[in-house]
Design a protein around this ligand. Structure first.
Ligand code: FES
Length: 110
């Protein structure tokens, strides 16, 4: 089974590790195991479930058109503010769309 490591939010917290079913959506698998990530529509259009892929980006399902459009919008929005460094050269995905195909490490993007 693939693993999803969720980076700690602060130095006082521990990284969380989840074993997930291959081919399943990140959000669904973590929710099933008790970790509810930030979310909104759960349909790929609001961007509330954005995450950064820290390791294993190639081990996720390919970007679909809806997810790609939403991520483009997120990046534009961040770049129009003083938060551009949070998305420039970062591998951003949507936890409600991306499916796990192998071991990954993620961080929740604020
Ligand atoms: S929850 Fe809206 S895009 Fe994922």
């Amino acid at each position: 089974m693939p693993t999803v490591l969720v980076q700690a939010k602060s130095p006082n917290e521990n990284e969380q590790k989840f074993e997930v079913e291959q081919g399943q959506i990140i959000f669904d698998e973590l929710e099933r195991q008790g970790l509810v990530l930030p979310h909104g529509c759960l349909a790929g259009s609001c961007g509330s479930c954005r995450i950064e892929i820290l390791e294993g980006a190639e081990k996720l399902s390919p970007l679909g058109a809806v997810e790609a459009d939403t991520i483009d919008s997120i990046k534009k929005t961040y770049c129009e503010t003083d938060r551009a460094e949070l998305v420039i050269n970062k591998n951003i995905r949507l936890s409600c769309r991306a499916k796990v195909l192998g071991d990954i490490k993620i961080s929740v993007l604020k």
